[in-house]
Design a protein around this ligand. Sequence first.
Ligand code: GLN
Length: 303
Amino acid sequence: MEYQQLLEHIRAEVVPAAGRGRVADYIPALAAVDPGRFGMAVATVDGEVYGTGDWRLPLSIQSVSKVFSLALVLREDGEKIWSRVGREPSGHPFNSLLQLEHDQGIPRNPFINAGAIVVTDRLLTLTGDARSAVRDFLRTEGESSAVGFDPVVAASEADHGHRNAALAHLIASYGNLENPVPDVLDHYTWQCSVVMTCRELALAGRFLARHGTGASGERILSRSDAKRLNATMLIGGTYDSAGEVAYRVGLPAKSGVGGAILAIVPNRCAVAVWGPGLDASGNSVAGLAALDAFTTLTGWSVF
Ligand code: GLN
């Protein structure tokens, strides 16, 4: 089946699921998004891009940004981050405080909020401006200068960011932050507020399908680090549903509470899906249905 035909087929199958689930409302600005939206884009390793539905509408990538901040830290700083963040499944909600206390301030993986706060802290030390580093990377790899921040979403999250503040302070209490808590939270929150389209997101994730090679052919990550980042997405990218997503989809994937999911098919393509309605773990209901259909129809999974 051709890619375009495949995407249209999936959209027809999944559209009934668009609107199911609950739009994130703990960040009030996200609750204003139309729950019926659905978009999907595929960027192939050899440079083709396909899309369907709302694939050219800007969306709030939220925690999908965590993939790119980790990639930048791995690129700049090698393996050092793994002494400050684990790489095991969490089995807890993405904003859990419970586990962090138990693990004495070493977050279980880089994709729960606590882990991403530590990664952003390191990126801030390395670059002096973590949020711009993430945005600039997404502009380059996403091949679009339109990638930017949404100040309304950033302000809305900052106004309701008590849990993230609690996580950051708890991490700091264990000596696992290098920068002041307000600075780290500020960069983390802005990084989550990045807006871009499914098209741009699929393009930005493509280096992970290309074993670490970026849009212009330069190496972003070593082959090993690209493998490791994909593996970490598989075990932690969808939080306490990582097992279910491995079972249904069988691809490394990273979700965000804006309803986006980025999934990687090594050697073939990156897939970005968007549907704002979330399941109890904070993963897009329509997005997972679409990825489930994608791997079922193509037979492309890592298993
Ligand atoms: N900005 C959100 C938060 O920190 C991101 C969470 C997510 O997308 N899972 O809560």
